[in-house]
Ligand binder design. Structure first.
Ligand code: GDP
Ligand code: IMO
Ligand code: MG
Length: 441
């Protein structure tokens, strides 16, 4: 298999799809890991500025560099493309160790990296607290253990140490003592869970060690984006997904940030977003805990997990797998203002001649209320209703370039999805390689 960087030969087709567009977003439309990285890297050929707007290194976005897969956790999936301005917005929580690693990857590739001064830093103690809470919790959330929840708590409490605080020891100390004695409060929390936190002096030393690294990267990224509106082509890269959104996902089994375009507006202000690409697999996967109505188990689940290599890009945990859930996807489309679907991994779902598609949930005798899908309790009380559709069993999609050359059953699957959701399926992923993409419409 030839795995390549996105070739510029695809640019004219992308430009055709994005005619007239200036600002677009790529977001997850299911439970994460839909293939956003690949789509972002591809559409970055078109964009001048690529902006990660939410989450932290709980994300794992796979792209291909020098024919090898690379998983990026923090920086936008365009850092290997010369001349691209890669922005990390103020809504992103930053792990400095991960930042260092990814800056190393980007070095010499000619991209321009800008990080918002206000972005909260993930302190080492946040990772400790995240892990200890999970260990102490009889109802685990299944977090990635990257300290994401505590970092966003710090942001919401207004005590977060921000990237701009890293520039001097006095600023670091001041930040660590917000709210009276913020760091001591954190230490008490960690200790109450059985942890042994780092002393404040050691932490200050560790953080200061990054000040040189970040000094020339810090910007007001809102200014960068707003100045570029209408003149430059901007793409926002979402992490996680609609159903993991802190407000709209299946609470409490969600992440701690706004994963939809609401996360863009809340940090960059109101701006015109011409297209919102919701990335969805042809089936569904979920890693961590939480309800998953269309989940499949047993032999079939095993076969699908192996065919799709469904193991977490960040934590390597096996992902649960399930049938396409159009009921949940329509909720994601409606709540997240998704204008187009990118359907990935159509090649993987060639395992059976008959497929199931979930079209609604029943809650008792009634059809479930879509707007109530945001609590895990409600979803757990629901029963999924499936319809059987024809599969494209055994079909080899390698090399196909045109929608009309796809197996008729897959074409029908895509048409049915678009009709159900009321938005077009504009891109179809038929393999991990960037050329394995079909533009539709
Ligand atoms: P993200 O978090 O949404 O960026 O997705 P991940 O990178 O965590 O997981 C998606 C996985 O699917 C990666 O290994 C991709 O290389 C792979 N992938 C993306 N699109 C396709 C596709 O259309 N077909 C196949 N077979 N693999 C794909
Ligand atoms: P990308 O961007 C899949 C899940 C975790 C857990 C929940 C909360 O690669 O799609 P957190 O560590 O955020 O507090 O964990 O959210 N989760 C993801 N699942 N893909 C992701 O990111 C995820 N980021 C977080 O598994 O269930
Ligand atoms: Mg991922």
């Amino acid at each position: 298999m030839q795995l390549s960087k996105p070739t510029t030969s695809l640019l004219p087709r992308i430009e055709k799809m994005l005619t007239g567009d200036r600002t677009i977003a790529v977001v997850g439309a299911q439970f994460g890991d839909e293939g956003k990285g690949k789509i972002v890297e591809l559409l970055a050929l078109w964009a001048d500025i690529i902006v990660r707007f939410n989450g932290g290194n709980n994300a794992g976005h796979t792209i291909y560099v020098d024919n090898k897969p690379e998983v990026l956790h923090l920086l936008p999936c365009a850092i290997f493309q010369r001349g691209k301005i890669c922005v990390v917005g103020q809504g992103v929580v930053v792990d400095l160790e991960v930042l260092k690693k990814e800056l190393g990857l980007a070095k010499g590739r000619g991209s321009i990296i800008r990080i918002d001064r206000r972005a909260p830093v993930i302190l080492p103690i946040y990772k400790q607290i995240d892990g200890l809470r999970e260990a102490a919790n009889s109802k685990k959330l299944g977090t990635t253990g990257r300290g994401i929840g505590p970092a966003y708590e710090a942001h919401a409490s207004r005590y977060a140490l921000r990237m701009g605080d890293l520039t001097s020891a006095s600023r670091i100390r001041e930040a660590l003592n917000r709210g009276g004695n913020y760091y001591a409060q954190l230490c008490a929390a960690a200790k109450s869970l059985g942890g042994t936190p780092q002393t404040e002096d050691d932490l200050v030393k560790e953080l200061l060690g990054y000040s040189r690294m970040v000094k020339n990267l810090l910007y007001d990224t809102v200014e960068i984006v707003r100045k570029a509106l209408g003149t430059k082509k901007i793409m926002f890269e979402g992490a996680q997904a609609a159903l993991l959104d802190v407000n709209q996902g299946t609470t409490p089994f969600v992440t701690s940030s706004s994963c939809t375009i609401a996360g863009i507006y809340s940090t960059f202000g109101q701006l015109p977003i011409d297209r919102v690409f919701g990335v969805a697999k042809a089936y569904v996967t979920r890693v961590g805990e939480g309800p998953f109505p269309s989940k499949i188990v047993g032999e079939m689940a095993h076969a699908l997990r192996e065919a799709g290599n469904e193991y977490g890009s960040t934590t390597k945990r096996p992902r649960d797998v399930g049938w396409m859930d159009l009921f949940a996807l329509r909720y994601a489309v409606q709540m997240g203002g998704i204008t187009d679907i990118c359907l990935t991994k159509a090649d993987v779902l060639n395992l059976w001649s008959q497929l199931q598609v979930c079209t609604k949930y029943m809650h008792g005798k009634n059809v479930a209320k879509e707007h109530r899908l945001m609590t895990a309790e409600y979803v757990k009380e629901c029963t999924p209703v499936f319809e059987e559709v024809e599969g494209w069993h055994g079909a080899n999609l390698t090399g196909i370039k045109l929608f009309g050359d796809l197996p008729p059953a897959l074409q029908q699957y895509i048409r049915d999805i678009a009709a159900f959701l009321g938005v077009p399926v504009s891109m179809i992923g038929i393999g991990p390689c960037h050329d394995d993409i079909i533009f539709h419409g």
